[in-house]
Design a protein around this ligand. Structure first.
Ligand code: MN
Length: 497
């Protein structure tokens, strides 16, 4: 049995199905993700591919489709596509062909998009998605092809006119097409998150959904469990994880209702309305022949050598799946903790710096719980963390050598996070060193006992529940700095317990 079959068998349980009036329905989802390639220049021109800029600032004659202009392929963008294909464990096609995909849009001055149709640069691959219940979903990748982005129409700048901004026109995109292997709205977002993680590790796309660097078209259909596939609808250009989930859930309900009322789902392209929380029809789905694809006569077929591909392969970083496995075996972390730490390359690197030569589980716990908590609250990313990996490591050293109790270490961490200071300096300046001198602890206990003779007598008489009260009092009198273990031991000894 393949992993996929095992997973499908388990999902035969009712949990993954949607209950309708006529029984259970199974959701079938495939995704087409447009990922903008991280590169300085566009796919066929030397204009900057940066986000933003004044309207029409990054537009060359090629991008504006002036007559007679010729596209010239950007080798770096091709390398990025190959790199991505390798990261998706996909087949790299040494020969691929650019086609013209013809359609009219005011923001598409060529009247066609240069894309790849019959012969894409990357063939079949896969993405491994770890589900919260420990199961693994393998989402097969059908293909990845290179294409140009279009410009942008601006409808809100003038009361009666629309403007066109061609800055994005010609920017390199990778369209990554999955098989319909996704079964729930949650899996769809987990797939997209995993894909984004891989692209970021590879440095081939920044994955910034707000800026439109990653946009998802979602194909949704429903069927009776195990039955034939239903008619699908495509929801276009959804650009946030939350909206993806909402759009899929709404669309599944809509299709189930249509079928259960005796109707038929129409194959079409739909838009998700974020304000109303519903999908609505945009256009009936065009077939590929409507685009009149044909090889672009301005561009030769793209021929790569195996050597060049191998060179790129040898420069790939350790990818998240491999890193997660290594974190589990090398550091003894749980799958859950390892999964969190490898979600971003920077975080994984930060963790490894902290863990080096120290207790890795304690390091993982501090990064995940304390550091992430503080970063989240402050709205900061790990690159901008006021606490560096080196200083967090030294804080853990103070914890390990008993200079600090875990409570004091948390206090010191808070000060480090607020001020960016060194742990040793903070401990010295604020006198936060924990008291491990048994004489000092004994003296503090004696003082509390002398001030509360009745309570001390009760403990001696066997009421050891009051022991906690004494711990609290001594902690108070030492400013929370008494070593908790030593304090407990000393108290028990005093009371003969
Ligand atoms: Mn496309």
């Amino acid at each position: 049995m393949s992993v996929q079959e095992i997973y499908d068998a388990r999902h035969g349980e009712k949990g993954a199905y949607i209950a309708g009036a006529t029984g259970d329905w199974e959701l079938i989802i495939g995704m087409e993700v447009h990922a903008q390639i991280s590169s300085k220049a566009k796919l066929f021109s030397g204009s900057p591919a940066d986000y933003g800029g004044e309207p029409n600032e990054h537009v060359s004659l090629v991008d504006a489709a002036m007559p007679g202009m010729l596209p010239v392929i950007n080798e770096f963008c091709v390398a990025q596509a190959v790199r991505t294909g390798l990261g998706l464990k996909a087949q790299i096609n040494l020969r691929s062909v650019f086609d013209r995909k013809n359609y009219f849009y005011p923001d598409l001055p060529q009247g066609y998009q240069i894309s790849q149709f019959t012969f894409p640069i990357v063939g079949r691959g896969e993405v491994r998605v770890d589900l919260p219940n420990g199961d693994v979903r393998i989402v097969r990748i059908e293909r990845l092809h290179l294409e140009q982005d279009a410009g942008k129409s601006l409808h809100d700048q003038h009361p009666s006119m629309s403007y066109v901004d061609l800055n994005r026109s010609g920017v390199a995109l990778m369209e990554i097409v999955s098989q319909p292997d996704i079964r729930t709205a949650e899996e769809a977002t987990l797939y997209l998150e995993k894909l984004r993680t891989i692209l970021r590790y590879l440095g081939t796309c920044d994955g910034n959904m707000q800026e439109g660097s990653m946009r998802a078209d979602i194909n949704v259909s429903v069927r009776k469990p195990g039955g034939p596939l239903g008619t699908r609808c495509e929801i276009k250009n959804v650009n946030s994880m939350r909206f993806i989930r909402q759009a899929i859930e709404y669309e599944a309900r809509r299709q189930i209702e249509i079928i259960e009322e005796g109707g038929a789902v129409r194959q079409e392209t739909r838009l998700y309305d974020q304000v109303k929380g519903e999908t609505r029809s945009m256009r009936s789905k065009e077939e590929s022949h409507d685009y009149r694809y044909f090889p672009d006569p301005d561009l030769l077929p793209l021929e790569l050598t195996q050597n060049w591909v191998d060179e790129i392969a040898s420069s790939l970083p350790e990818l998240p799946d491999a890193k997660k496995t290594r974190f589990m075996s090398e550091y003894g972390l749980s799958a859950y903790d390892a999964g969190i730490l490898v979600a971003e390359r920077e975080t994984a690197q930060f963790f490894e710096q902290v863990a080096k030569g120290r207790d890795a589980k304690i390091a993982a716990n501090w990064v995940i719980t304390n550091l992430y908590g503080a970063l989240n609250e402050a709205g900061l990313s790990i690159e901008n963390s006021p606490v560096t990996a080196a200083s967090l490591g030294r804080l853990l050293d103070l914890l390990a050598d008993q200079t600090l109790s875990s409570r004091l270490a948390k206090d010191v961490f808070e000060i480090m996070f607020a001020t960016g200071g060194d742990p040793e300096a903070i401990v010295a300046e604020r006198g936060l060193k924990q008291v491990t001198d048994t004489g000092a602890i004994d003296a503090a206990i004696d003082a509390v006992m002398a001030a509360n003779p009745d309570k001390a007598a009760e403990v001696k008489a066997g009421k050891d529940k009051l022991l906690g009260w004494f711990v609290g009092q001594v902690m108070k009198s030492t400013g929370g700095k008494a070593n908790p273990q030593m304090l407990n031991d000393a108290l028990r000894q005093k009371f003969g317990l």
